[in-house]
Write a protein of this length. Structure first.
Length: 620
């Protein structure tokens, strides 16, 4: 990973964010299906489709949709017992979900954004298979907001409410399989203005927006429920959209690496200009490899080549860690079904000999200062792939192309498609206009304010208050305290006990709010000792169909009388009579653990402690 730092002011860095967050509603945005996720093996049926782009209301076809459609793929969709005809695109959408709209208006309030007078649902063309209809429904809810960061304010361009896409499950050469359980979950998209001037400010802005979203208590938590896209450009470069940044911690790295990539591409363009570089037309060179020992090339139906005049040594130049200009050409070729490209900056290699490199150079009239790129594949694939690689090489003459890229886990990125434009939007005629009433929505308490309240009113320490306020169990903690559960016990159970059980490989994900609340109530009512909570929750995780009371019985932790506690403690003291006579109360700490173990969570620690002190005093 690159550690190079830049003078971002000098480079003219401009960045913006698009934050996508799933809302935690009961039903989906345009139907009454539940929003909980399913496993692929739970599917009850499937169907397949091919998708093609359509023209917008202006009669134009979006470039990104057009390129996506050139890859001929079959899309298979897995349906579940909860899947309806709206999700399958066999029935018109129903009215927009009121709960989702109310939450979105809360978010608008937190962003200091102004709600629109009339909300119109639009269709956004998407033909990558992630929507059964070939488009995503989206509505502008608010504009012109602002958030604060340590490096200054960042404007909010727009707040959208839209339907989540289907979940990609499997991809093969023939097509892609999607699950319909995720399709239609309400999703807000928050787009900032291009006010961000450093990687640190990008992370700070994303963190602030994430805090505001979680403050509503009405957003989904967990992997994949929030995604960040980052738009990055420098003064001499171009706007590049980096899709799918999963973690806040990755944002700074993504921005730094994209700045480095654009700087490197500008350096290459400057050198190509000095060499008066150009790109020739592709041509077939299959005959050159008739007797080749290269397994990849020998098994191909066609080999296509393109001469890159003046590119020698530059195709192999690194522009991001372990990614070169040649990798960029290869990414474009792969979009058309090829496995990638070969180029003379890396040959001879892969079974291609020095003699074959010499012959291929002669075949395309390449001089010493030129490079040659090759694609070996089926005839149609090779022809389209070499054209795509040649087009990307021509873009290198100008510097940085505008495009959408896939953010990778190491902080680098790869080409996905051209930037989308306005031609992909047109009105949704099946959903009526809505006139939102933002004045009816009360702004929620911020998480930072909750931390202060948990300390002052609930008596939590600062660290535990932070954990609860920013954790996924915050709504459940609030409910438990409202219903009389001790705040410190509730917070410790949800943040410490569950973490401990997770580390012990207990399947706590099967425990719902009802399980956890019921166990906490048993402790509060004196029907279960706090010391038995771990064992009862483990029992419930192994059999979620049990009630909390049944889990206590199953775990053998039904409460014992005070007399039974005294008898058990007396037995412990008797077994250690010699130690008690020698040490007196100094033996307490060691015997307390043994007494707790003897009672196995059947009695509260304070009761056991009192009985043990009394028993030791009798014998000392």
């Amino acid at each position: 990973m690159s550690t190079q730092e830049y003078d971002y002011d000098d480079l003219g860095l401009v960045a913006g964010l698009e934050i996508h967050q799933q809302l935690d509603t009961e039903t989906k945005l345009f139907c009454n299906c539940p929003t909980h996720r399913r496993e692929p093996e739970e599917s009850t049926r499937s169907f397949s489709r091919y998708l093609h782009p359509t023209a917008s209301e202006l009669g134009e076809i979006d470039d990104a949709a057009l390129e996506e459609s050139r890859v001929d793929r079959e899309f298979t969709y897995l349906g579940y017992d909860s899947t309806c005809l709206v999700e399958e695109d066999d029935e018109p959408p129903r009215r927009l979900d009121e709960e989702a709209l109310e939450t979105t208006l809360e978010i608008a309030n937190l962003l200091d954004a102004t709600a629109v007078d009339g909300l119109h649902v639009m269709r956004k063309i998407v033909v990558d298979g992630s929507n059964t209809s070939g488009f995503q429904r989206s509505a502008l809810v608010a504009t012109e907001g602002e958030i604060q960061t340590e490096e200054g304010p960042v404007g909010i361009e727009d707040l959208m409410l839209e339907e989540e896409s289907a979940a990609r499950i499997e991809e093969t050469e023939e097509g892609v399989t999607f699950g319909l359980d995720r399709l239609g979950i309400p999703l807000v998209e928050i787009g900032t203005k291009p006010d961000i001037r450093s990687p640190e400010q990008a992370r700070g802005a994303a963190g602030r927006i994430g805090m505001l979203l979680r403050s509503t208590g009405k957003v989904k938590r967990g992997l994949g429920t929030i995604r960040q896209d980052v738009n990055v450009s420098i003064a001499e470069g171009a706007r590049v959209e980096l899709k799918g940044v999963q973690s806040l911690d990755d944002i700074e790295t993504i921005v730094r690496e994209e700045v480095g990539r654009q700087v490197a591409l500008l350096d290459i363009a400057e050198e190509l200009a000095e060499r008066d570089a150009s790109v020739a037309d592709p041509q077939e060179v299959t005959d050159v490899f008739t007797d080749t020992d290269s397994g990849v090339i020998a098994g191909a139906e066609s080999v296509q080549a393109v001469r890159l005049d003046g590119f020698d040594g530059l195709v192999g130049r690194e522009i991001q860690p372990d990614r070169r200009l040649g990798t960029e050409l290869s990414d474009h070729a792969k979009r058309h079904g090829a496995g990638g490209i070969f180029h003379t900056d890396e040959l001879p290699a892969y079974g291609v000999t020095a003699e074959e490199v010499k012959i291929i150079r002669e075949a395309v009239d390449a001089d010493a200062e030129d490079a040659v790129a090759l694609v070996a594949a089926d005839a149609d694939v090779a022809a389209h792939a070499i054209d795509a690689a040649a087009d990307r090489a021509r873009d290198a003459l100008d510097g940085v192309p505008e495009e959408t890229r896939d953010a990778l886990q190491d902080g680098t990125s790869r080409y996905l498609r051209p930037l989308p434009g306005a031609a992909r939007m047109y009105p949704e005629t099946d959903v009526p206009e809505i006139h939102p009433e933002p004045s009816d929505v009360e702004p929620p308490e911020l998480l930072t304010e909750r931390v202060e309240r948990y300390q002052s009113e609930d008596g939590l320490g600062e660290a535990l208050a932070q954990q609860v306020a920013f954790g996924q169990f915050m709504p459940l903690y609030e409910r438990a305290v409202r219903e009389g559960v001790d705040p410190t016990f509730a917070a410790t159970t949800l943040e410490s006990t569950l973490t401990e059980l997770r580390r012990e490989d207990v399947s706590i994900e099967v425990l719902d709010d009802a399980h956890l609340l019921a166990v906490m109530r048993l402790v509060e009512d004196g029907d279960l000792a706090q010391e038995g909570v771990n064992e009862v929750l483990t029992t419930l995780a192994n059999d979620p169909d049990l009630t909390a009371e049944e889990a206590v019985e199953e775990a053998g932790l039904s409460g014992v009388s005070e007399e039974e506690v005294r008898e058990a403690v007396a037995e412990v003291v008797e077994r250690n009579a010699e130690q008690v006579e020698e040490e007196g109360m100094a033996a307490f700490s060691g015997l307390m653990g043994e007494a707790m173990g003897a009672l196995r969570g059947k009695a509260d620690g304070e009761v056991i402690s009192a009985a043990l002190r009394e028993e030791i005093q009798k014998r000392s």
